[in-house]
Design a binder for this molecule. Structure first.
Ligand code: SR1
Ligand code: MG
Length: 395
């Protein structure tokens, strides 16, 4: 039966799992166990032994940072399924999953040290430029491997069934990204007084709400591929040029532009908090999009499911161009949504701590809200990366 682990009970649990204990080596008394929980939902422990290290992540029955908010434990199962469904396609851009305990809702994974969360590294200016190319490749490979276009439709149908139960986390997304920022809501932290008129305007903006409704429909009905579902800069670890995607518990079948948009939205938010880094962030957005589209094109040059398998090279190229165009428009809209929700909703970004005065912080948030609104409304008019970059006005 399930119980929440602490360092001592985790040590005991590991001693009962000989394969994992032997990865650590030595006797249990030689292991060091540190809790390093950083995300909003789960507890995470790093275990070091004489022969190796492990990362152990356990779901709690509530949101870790909001203990009154109950949360089903099964999210750990979906994270394990996501890691298994994408591992072969994305390796080495994700940690290896060694073991999943379905009673303890516990994942035991490759330990990433001395890696750092990408958001923290960006804030500290410790990134190696070009890291976003790895993320573009990661998205191309994970969605290609799990989409209807790469394999006969039965493959996607199976994934749809395997992830259909992840409703608790999809509920978080629908509430926190697509609903709460656009209405007064107790989950939204009170905005600073100077930003209040901007927030009120956003919450009274009917054309914007209609466009958000369209994005909600895309998110819930465009079951294009298996998404990571929460691809922000806190879901990525990096050390030098080793970049890994973690935390796939929000996995769901959805529009590919959702993963792309969340990632680009978090890059853009960083530039709002650090306007002097606009050129660096523009280069990262470009690296992401170029690597995503190049890899996706390469993967779809041959093979493919159903109609893709039948098409000749010219048709294939045209279908691919149309598909990428619609992914870009979704990306633009979801990027705008992420900029707004991480500025005025629950779970805001730490990048704003880069603003040294209250005035510059308000200005940064205002810019994010304005840009987010523009992206959501103008998404259907975007035809290429340059169009998206022009709307972002980071340069
Ligand atoms: C209650 S969970 C809040 C946020 O944290 C996760 O990282 C997701 O982004 C979610 O929206
Ligand atoms: Mg997370």
């Amino acid at each position: 039966p399930y119980f929440t682990l602490d360092a001592s009970s985790l040590q005991h649990w590991l001693t009962n799992h000989a394969d994992l204990a032997s990865l650590l080596g030595g006797s249990p008394s030689a292991w060091t166990i540190r809790e390093v929980s950083d995300g909003n939902l789960n507890t995470v422990f790093l275990v070091d032994g004489p022969a190796g290290s492990l990362c152990c992540k356990q779901a709690l029955p509530h949101v870790r940072v909001a203990p009154d908010w109950p949360m089903p434990l099964e999210r750990a199962l979906y994270e394990a399924r996501y890691m298994r469904a994408t591992a072969d396609a994305v390796r080495p851009a994700a940690p290896e999953l060694y073991f999943y305990d379905d009673e303890m809702f516990l994942l035991v994974m490759e330990c990433l040290t001395p890696h750092e969360v990408l958001r923290t590294a960006l804030i500290r200016d410790e990134v190696q430029p070009g890291f976003s190319a790895v993320i573009g490749q990661y998205v191309a490979r994970s969605v290609h491997a799990t989409s209807w276009i790469s394999q006969p439709f039965e493959h996607g149908s199976k994934l749809l069934a395997d992830f259909a139960g992840n409703t608790a986390l999809t509920r978080i997304t629908v509430d926190l990204i697509l609903t709460d920022p656009f209405r007064p809501c107790s989950r939204n932290p009170a905005p600073e007084a100077d930003l209040l008129p901007d927030v009120e305007a956003l919450q009274a903006d009917k054309p914007l709400h209609r466009a958000v409704g369209n994005l909600q429909e895309r998110f819930l009905t465009a079951r294009q591929a298996l998404l990571h579902g929460d691809l922000h800069t806190g879901s990525i670890m990096q050390h030098k040029d080793d970049v890994r995607v973690i935390d796939g518990e929000f996995a769901t079948m959805g529009p590919i532009g959702f993963d792309c948009g969340l990632y680009l939205g978090n890059l853009a938010l960083h530039a709002c908090g650090a306007p002097h880094k606009g050129n660096l962030i523009t280069a990262e957005i470009t690296a992401f999009w170029n690597s995503f589209t190049a890899d996706f094109r390469t993967l779809l040059k041959t093979g493919g499911g159903d109609v893709w398998a039948l098409s000749d090279d010219v048709e294939r190229e045209e279908m691919l161009n149309t598909f990428l165009h619609s992914i870009l428009q979704d990306t633009t809209g979801f990027c705008g949504l992420e900029m707004i929700r991480r500025t005025i909703g629950f779970a805001q970004v730490a990048d704003y701590t880069l603003c040294v005065t209250p005035e510059s912080r308000t200005e940064a948030r205002r810019k994010a809200l304005k840009t987010g609104r523009t992206l959501i409304l103008a998404a259907p008019t975007v035809h290429n990366l340059e169009g998206l970059l022009n709307l972002l006005t980071l340069r």
